[in-house]
Design a protein around this ligand. Sequence first.
Ligand code: NDP
Length: 615
Amino acid sequence: MPLPHGRSSPDAQDLGFDPAELRARYRAERDRRIRPEGNGQYERAAGRFGYYDEDPYTEAPSDRDPLCDRVEVVVVGGGFGGLLAGARLRRAGVESIRVIEKGGDFGGTWYWNRYPGIHCDIESYIYLPLLEEVGYVPKWKYAPGEEIRQHARAVGRVFGLYRDAVFQTQVTELRWNEAESEWLVSTDRGDRIRARYVVTASGTLSEAKLPGIPGIETFAGHTFHTSRWDYGYTGGSAEGNLHGLAGKRVALIGTGATAIQCVPHLAAGAAELYVFQRTPSSVDVRANRPTDPAWAASLTPGWQRRRRDNFLALVTGDRTEQDLVDDGWTSSARLHQKLIPSDSHREGHPELSAEENERAYELADFQKMNEIRARVDAVVTDPRTAEKLKPWYRYMCKRPTFSDSYLQTFNLPHVTLVDTADQHGVERITESGVVVGGTTYEVDCIIFGTGFRVGLSGITSGRLPVYGRDGVALTDTWREGPRTLHGFYSHGFPNLFQLGPLQNASSVNYVHILDEQATHVAEVVAAARARRARYVDPSAGAQAAWVATIREKAADLYAFQAECTPGYYNNEGRPRKRSESYGDGPVAFHALLRDWRANGGLSEVLVDAEGDDRP
Ligand code: NDP
């Protein structure tokens, strides 16, 4: 049912629902969840809560001699960002690459997150990088975490990145040495590694967070965070069979994308499961299926790029007819397109006004969320529980989730949903249980599915200090806000490249974004090597122009986010006024980078041996 062009407000009868009523409901649900402390309500999994950060997968490192050598490139982080940087640099001819990684192996997110049921909710054929290069086709449309982790290791092997990598090691400082034109990279293992180039790829959701619930430290039972799953206690594996929970009463706090996947397995293993919910997730159909061997055999070279590009174009608003992935992400994008009159995009016809466009988006959103809420009613037999599980906010206010077993779990007699919205979350933890609304739920184990601190990278948060030319700290030069060219580099910090969403462009298939970034960085490094440049450093003028472009094009998400229930997408209900993302979106951004590389852009960043006289 397209939005009638030019009509100001289709009425409730046309639509089958009343937009004004839904808007009011959404606002009320937001208001009852806002907490004045914002992010201050959370604790870091560090210091007195350092236990929650310990690595359960690899034995504590034994002593090794500090490294005091020289490599061409240090890559900080061995998740997909670091692996892609390593792989693309290797392809560009760089031999000496050292990845430095906190975990005991490659994998990043997929190293740390091994909770039961873990899968990636982005289609595997577009999410797993370098499939054609590695010669692999995933076994399922949505891959389990272990398959993804093994693929990360395969990338490490195929591109020879294990050879010089160091694991269980954290970079503690980056310091530029002007005389030698190189970085001095210090680590928590006493290493002092000299590197011509440094690429940081330390992730954005990598530090587990805990809710600052009063009494959290008094709990005498067992406890851990979902990103450090304790299979020693629960038994079983990421495939389930948590036999260690037999006879146990378990509390899971949080109902985000992680909880959606592990709840069915917890319910299968535990004697009693209490799921403490503050805001329900939207849970759409999963429909996972094994890879069709005939389809896999039919793939022709370049297939992964075509599929990824098609998905990115669709989910970022392109009117592409073809939908190769055809899943929950693309169907919600297509729903919006259906509501826009098709003639409005033909030549000679007026475009929709911004207001009409926003209204079409909102209607598509209401329809999508109505479907999601109707599914809860269709699946959950107890109407009161069903009511609590219904999300009342716009689709992209929170990370959408997909499952064909999560909602069903609440039909089991030993599973209890405890809604904590009126209490702003769990009220208190005691020695023996979890308190909400005056009731204590006695449990043997509390699992925190409470997510991650939304850092920008370590170097932007200051956790990893960076000192550039003349010993200047990066965080000092960014006091008035970040300043980069294309998000990758900052003037005065030569040969330092950052991967991440800052002043760059992002999307839900984040590994695709990382691949585009890694490819760009590798091409810039290859050009610097080919021209024997002294170093790579954006001119102050080019950087200022990019910051101005970011400001000018910044998508204004404030109004949308201000109406959302609080969460990490909207800075816990305090949306940022200024977006640090390229407003024309990733498809345009990637084209801009290609054009920049092909048409003389490199002269803005390459400094030759004679020195720097650029504006
Ligand atoms: P989230 O941050 O999404 O969820 C944290 C949960 O904890 C929320 O439900 C939150 O409620 C709840 N919570 C926080 N504090 C309290 C409290 N005091 N009392 C009760 N509940 C509380 O973390 P996840 O680990 O689920 O997911 C993090 C991100 O990781 C996802 O958004 C996604 O980007 C990624 N992910 C991706 C997957 C994939 O398949 N690609 C799978 C899993 C995760 P509230 O919403 O009210 O704040």
